[in-house]
Design a binder for this molecule. Structure first.
Ligand code: 5IU
Length: 257
């Protein structure tokens, strides 16, 4: 079962190269923290990366959140990723016809290791990812199976169909973005779980939060996305360390069960 195996054991079972690399790096760094850097400008992103880059396995970006993003940021981010040994996930949530997705995937993987994507357009959009011409670095997509936001429109059948597509396209799908353990018998996939903060609750625009330990133990998350709890902390480094610690000890409890 996925939840009882260690990340290192699971890296050998992954069919997608990015999933394999993420699972391996989680074991090496002893971290299951993905930091979401939704910050208004590039200098703020660099400042935060230099503070928390060593604690995170994955840095999740929304490049279009950053007001002064320019093409040179791509190279700079690649250098920061190498210096702090993290993987870059652009949370672009692709969701279009196959041909469009193929072009977007080819362009964005010039700097992002992974991309998020919606399954709304069906199997052929994943076939497009499979057929995209990319460099030899490990790449893959995280497909949105569930959302953390209040009142979102994803239905149970949509979630189920999305998990089936992930299995059908296991070579390109690194995992699912999900709030519940959907692929319990598939240890090669990584469950990316956002909507996590120090305390349960939410914000005033529909985001819902669970705690770090609930994300790992109750929700089955492998790689846990934490944004504002860290980026808006008065001491981001200290908060990142604390959350990293909470996430990792929850994972250790999970595999010891
Ligand atoms: N994100 C979610 N929920 C989702 C998906 C993505 O919060 O269901 I799919 C993204 C949005 C944001 C980050 O970039 O994860 C969470 O940020 P906060 O921890 O600041 O809420």
């Amino acid at each position: 079962r996925r939840l009882w195996l260690s990340y290192s054991e699971r890296s050998a079972l992954a069919k997608n190269p990015l999933a394999c690399r993420i699972l391996q790096l989680m074991g090496e760094k002893k971290s299951n923290l993905c930091v979401a850097l939704d910050v208004p400008n590039w200098s703020e992103l660099v400042r935060l990366v230099n503070l928390i880059g060593s604690d995170a396995v994955v840095v999740k970006t929304h490049y279009d959140y950053i007001k002064d993003w320019k093409p040179s940021c791509q190279d700079e981010l690649t250098k920061l990723a190498a210096a702090h040994n993290f993987i870059v996930l652009e949370d672009r949530k692709l969701g279009d016809i196959g041909n469009t997705i193929m072009g977007q995937f080819e362009t964005l993987t010039s700097w992002a290791d992974g991309l998020t994507m919606h399954s709304i357009c069906g199997g052929d959009s994943l076939k497009a990812v499979r057929e995209a011409k990319v460099d030899s670095r490990p790449h893959g997509v995280f497909v949105v199976a569930e959302l953390s936001s209040q009142g979102n429109l994803i239905s149970a059948p949509y979630t189920k169909k999305t998990t089936e597509l992930a299995k059908e396209f296991e070579d390109v799908v690194a995992g699912l973005v999900a709030q519940n353990p959907l692929l319990e018998n598939e240890p090669g996939f990584v469950q990316l779980t956002p909507g996590v903060s120090l305390k349960a609750g939410g914000d005033n625009l529909g985001q819902k939060y669970v705690t770090p330990s609930d994300a790992v133990l109750a929700r089955g998350g492998d790689l846990i996305v934490v944004g504002r709890a860290i980026t808006r902390s008065i001491n981001p480094k200290e908060t990142a360390r604390q959350i990293r610690q909470e996430l990792w000890s929850a994972y250790e409890r999970r595999i010891a069960e």
